[in-house]
Each structure stands twice: as structure tokens, then as C-alpha cells.
Design a protein around this ligand. Structure first.
Ligand code: PRT
Length: 286
């Protein structure tokens, strides 16, 4: 049996489903039996280890797993020697400071001498040091949002995504410490056959992510407007132009980035584009 690259993914929790989905989009099928801690891909030299998100940085630093899909916030908190290879665009959240909603907050100085509850003491300490602040950090492993209500702390430092947990607990976000999303991390000493497998995986991953960030666009325009429209359409190289059956009209095909999307559409309409169609891209090989 040939050598395999070992990837750690979360055993159960917020990251698991999207982690397996993105591997599937890379064409990797995994025998994902229930309660399994280890599985192999059928069609790619990859072994999957199901681990706790919070344990993953240690396993990758030790080389038990070569690579992993893990929350960036955990990588920062655990302060391990890992390489972040690629942000993956899911499980987005932020680590933030929050206070009871009635507290008057006038800026960072407020935190000096206060008691802050968190499950992220290292990230919080870094933030306090950067801002020359001193706090009493109370480390608790879960239900951090309840700490101010039960008199355990003056404020909290915790992950926020929608903000509804803070709201339900009468808290309000006042400072953002860091932004996080799921990312692919690697041990710093991968080499040889494993590096070659990782290169193949990265190539697929970049194609999948590029496809998610781009859309295929088709539109019709009168021939005299085609040059103006080309100016607006960025495209991968330059747009494809084909004559329509209707005399004096052309069809243009191109690719546009999700971030520029609405701005480009407005410009296209102003320049005479009609019948605009936007189509998702399955894979984009760069
Ligand atoms: O047990 P294990 O170590 O595997 O996982 P975990 O305890 O870290 O579990 P899990 O599955 O809850 O979180 C995994 C990762 O998901 C985190 O490390 C983050 O990278 C990411 N993530 C994204 C989040 C959130 N969003 C999130 N909202 N992790 C936790 N939360 C919690 C937050 O702590 C708070 O209690 O959700 C609550 C706030 O959510 P909103 O939507 O009400 O703001």
C-alpha cells in the first residue's frame, strides 16, 4: 500500500459537515461510517482522522496528522507551529469582547482592572498586551455568556457569529479581537511523497474555491455597444463574443467575481446589455 496523507477533521460539531463537503467537492470520496475515528478515501491517497477541533493543532504540530481543517481561532489560541495554507470560507466568526448592555463603554481603557471570562485566554492576553491593558482573566470552558449575569465577571471574550447568544444574555459586543474562518493547516515538515499528494489536493481545493467565488455570465448587446461592455467585464482573459441570429447583435460570455457582482451588473445595464444570465461554476481550473 502506498503512502497516504493524513488529514484531521472535526469529529462532531460545527466544522464537520462543511469539511467533508469540501473534500467531496475536490472529488474525494470517504467511507464515512458512523462513530469511526479513522477512515480512508477510496480514490485519493488520503486518510481522515476524526478529532476534536481544539485538539487538532497539537496533533498536526506533532505530525500525527499532516494537515487539518480547523477553525483559525483555535490555531491562534493554541499557539502551535503550523502553516495556514488556505482559508476555506466557512464557519466564519469573530472573537469579541462583550459587556452587559447597560454598561456605559467609552473605549478600551474601560477594561483595565476588570474581570473577563473567556475560553480563549491566550488570544485575549495578546490583545490586552497589544493595547497595554491589564485584566483579571477567568478561564471557563463553556457557557461563557452567562458569566456576567451570575457575578463571575464584568465582561466576556467569546466567539460571535450571528450575535443572538449575546443578545439573549443581555450582552453587547464592544470590541472585535480577531476574525476567524475554517482553514487548511499543515505540519511544517511535510516532504517527499506526502508533499506531492498535498500539492494535488491544493490544486483541487483552489479550483473548488475559485469556482465558489466566481460566476459565469452571458448577455446580449447591440454590436456598437460591445466595446463599452468589454471595458466593464473583467473576465479571465477576455470575453467570448458570438454573433446572434438577430442582425447587429452579439452574445458575450465571461466570468465575474462574486465580490464585484452587483457593481458590474449595474454597469452592464447602463451600457446596453440585455438578457443577462448568471450561472454558477462547478469547478474552475486555474
Ligand atoms: O469539541 P471540539 O473541540 O471539536 O469543538 P468546539 O468546542 O470548538 O466546537 P464547535 O463545533 O462549537 O466550534 C468549532 C468551531 O466553529 C470554532 O472553533 C469556530 O472556529 C467555529 N465557530 C463559528 C463557532 C461559532 N461560529 C460560534 N458561533 N464556534 C462557536 N460558536 C458559539 C460561541 O462560542 C457562542 O456560544 O456560538 C455562540 C455564539 O453564536 P451566535 O450565532 O449566537 O453569535
Amino acid at each position: 500500500m502506498g503512502e497516504k496523507l493524513k488529514i484531521a477533521v472535526q469529529k462532531s460539531g460545527r466544522l464537520k459537515e462543511d469539511s467533508l463537503k469540501i473534500l467531496k467537492e475536490c472529488g474525494i470520496s470517504i467511507d464515512n461510517g458512523k462513530d469511526q475515528l479513522k477512515a480512508s478515501a477510496f480514490n485519493f491517497p488520503l486518510e481522515v482522522l476524526y478529532l476534536r477541533n481544539s485538539d487538532i493543532p497539537q496533533y498536526v504540530e506533532d505530525g500525527v496528522a499532516d494537515i487539518a481543517i480547523v477553525g483559525e481561532n483555535v490555531v491562534i489560541e493554541k499557539q502551535k507551529e503550523l502553516e495556514i495554507l488556505q482559508k476555506l470560507g466557512f464557519s466564519k466568526c469573530r472573537l469579541a469582547m462583550a459587556l452587559p448592555k447597560d454598561v456605559e463603554y467609552n473605549g478600551l481603557e474601560y477594561f483595565n482592572g476588570k474581570r473577563i471570562a473567556t475560553s480563549y485566554p491566550n488570544s485575549l492576553q495578546l490583545f490586552l498586551d497589544e493595547n497595554n491593558l491589564n485584566c483579571d482573566i477567568h478561564v471557563i470552558s463553556g457557557s461563557v455568556e452567562i458569566a456576567p449575569n451570575i457575578g463571575l465577571a464584568d465582561g466576556i471574550c467569546d466567539l460571535v457569529s450571528s450575535g443572538s447568544t449575546l443578545f439573549k444574555n443581555g450582552l453587547r459586543e464592544v470590541e472585535q479581537i480577531l476574525k476567524s474562518e475554517a482553514c487548511l493547516v499543515a505540519n511544517k515538515n511535510i516532504s517527499g511523497i506526502k508533499q506531492a499528494i498535498l500539492d494535488r489536493l491544493m490544486f483541487r481545493l483552489k479550483s473548488v474555491l475559485a469556482a465558489k467565488n466566481n460566476k459565469y455570465i452571458l448577455l446580449n448587446a447591440p454590436n456598437e455597444k460591445v466595446n463599452d461592455i468589454i471595458e466593464v467585464l473583467p473576465g479571465m482573459k477576455s470575453p467570448t463574443i458570438m454573433p446572434l441570429a438577430k442582425e447587429g447583435w452579439s452574445s458575450l460570455h465571461s466570468v465575474i467575481n462574486e465580490n464585484d457582482f452587483w457593481g458590474v451588473i449595474d454597469q452592464l445595464k447602463l451600457n446596453g446589455a440585455e438578457g443577462i444570465l448568471i450561472i454558477p461554476i462547478e469547478k474552475m481550473v486555474l
